[in-house]
Design a protein around this ligand. Structure first.
Ligand code: HEM
Length: 377
């Protein structure tokens, strides 16, 4: 007999049972009530954090599947569609989490103050699910803003601390995407070397610019333009040269591997080629996720300033000041944004060799004769 048929619950109660509604609706217990000074807005504050934690759970669930699909040494092309669908969903959830803050802003600072004491040291800072998502996406311990008292995870219980430590040791989504990019076959194919071809095109663009300004300008204006072009040339050399790139990684300018970087540029520049369309979408949705997480950090920091000014947070941080510094410093996929520095106009882009283009295209062609069907029986 199926488990649901064996249940004693009446059909009209199945909705509540399915959603464990009794437990869920019994989980809002304002601490200001316990202290004998009920504060009306604490209910909103609790429900807000609870809905966030539920969405964090969904994000982790999506990440489980994405990271599993990325964990093989060769990612099956068919996995790209579900990976993109899950990433789109994570982006949509973050968009919702940012917009949702409108509701929290209906709480006045005075109303927050009325229950703030009752929270004691409880703070979103101790959200282990948030820390887990950060770590799984690729925020490394050494890249975090140093915290006021020891480590960001000191206040977590040993079980949750262990979960985060394991996530930090395992390949993050950043590492997996970098590895996947580094394996992109089209960066070097047959006699074609994307890096050599692109480097020549960049030099050509910069030489053309220099010739143009030499004709149009003189004196100080010419010197200023030529030195700007030289600066651009040096910037490009930072990525074209493997040793310079390695130095950039050491100095924290880049995190992405040299091969990964080349592939990300190839995909960005030639994204209209059929085989590169899905990878280009992947890079774009990853940037959406990074941007939405950054927007959330920023709006959360503004709300904190609105509610508490520059007062110390319940977890003991500098509050607004600390949170604002995480907005830039805790970004994970900044390298993908940095790529835009190294683009050249489409007109200057060297065409791909015809043999490579045909490999990158869909094999089906309307003029192809129909494939004969195998006879039945
Ligand atoms: C009135 C609303 C809120 C206030 C005044 C507030 C205040 C703060 C403060 C001051 C911090 C810094 C740590 C500390 O010293 O406590 C913090 C961190 C944090 N809060 Fe909030 N918060 C609010 C709403 C929320 C909501 C709705 C969430 C959703 C889960 C949230 C999640 C977090 C997270 C994840 C952190 C850690 C951020 C990081 O370290 O990068 N907060 N909050």
């Amino acid at each position: 007999m199926a488990w649901y048929a064996a249940s004693m619950v009446q059909p009209q109660d199945l909705y509540s049972e399915y959603l464990c509604l009794d437990q869920l609706l019994d989980a809002q217990r304002p601490w200001s009530d316990l202290g004998g000074r009920p504060a009306h807005d604490e209910m909103l504050f609790i429900i807000f954090h609870q809905t966030y934690e539920l969405w964090f759970r969904q994000i982790s669930f999506e990440l489980d599947d994405i990271q599993q699909r990325f964990s093989t040494s060769v990612v099956d092309d068919r996995d790209m569609q579900p990976i993109l669908a899950r990433l789109d969903r994570i982006a949509a959830i973050w968009r919702l989490l940012v917009r949702q803050l409108d509701v929290l802003e209906t709480m006045a600072p005075q109303d927050f103050l009325d229950f703030r004491e009752a929270l004691r040291s409880a703070s979103g800072f101790q959200s282990w699910q948030f820390r887990l998502i950060e770590a799984r996406l690729g925020l490394r311990r050494q890249d975090r803003i140093p915290v006021f008292h020891g480590h960001f995870d000191d206040a977590l219980d040993p079980g949750h601390k262990g979960l985060i430590a394991r996530a930090e040791q395992a390949p993050s989504l950043y590492d997996q995407i970098d590895g996947w990019l580094a394996r992109t076959p089209f960066v070097e194919r047959g006699g074609y070397r994307f890096w050599d071809s692109y480097r020549a095109a960049v030099e050509h663009v910069l030489d053309g610019k220099a010739a143009g300004v030499r004709q149009a300008l003189s004196g100080e204006a010419l010197a200023a333009e030529l030195s700007a072009i030289e600066r651009a040339r040096r910037k490009f050399h930072l990525i074209f040269d493997e040793e310079q790139h390695a130095k950039g990684v050491e100095e924290g300018l880049w995190r992405m591997s040299w091969r990964g970087l080349q592939a990300a540029l190839l995909i960005t520049l030639y994204r209209q080629e059929p085989v590169l369309q899905m990878p280009a979408r992947l890079l774009s949705v990853i940037m959406d996720v990074d941007e939405l997480l950054t927007l959330w950090r920023y709006r959360h920091a503004l709300i904190v300033q609105r509610m508490m000014g520059t007062a110390i947070g319940t977890a003991g941080s500098a509050g607004y000041g600390y949170l604002m510094s995480t907005v830039e410093k805790h970004r994970i996929f900044s390298d993908l944004y940095g790529l835009a520095t190294y683009l050249i106009p489409s007109a200057a882009l060297p065409p791909l060799p015809e043999s490579l283009r045909s490999e990158m295209g869909y094999r089906y062609h309307p003029a192809d004769p129909p494939v004969p069907r195998a006879p039945h029986g």
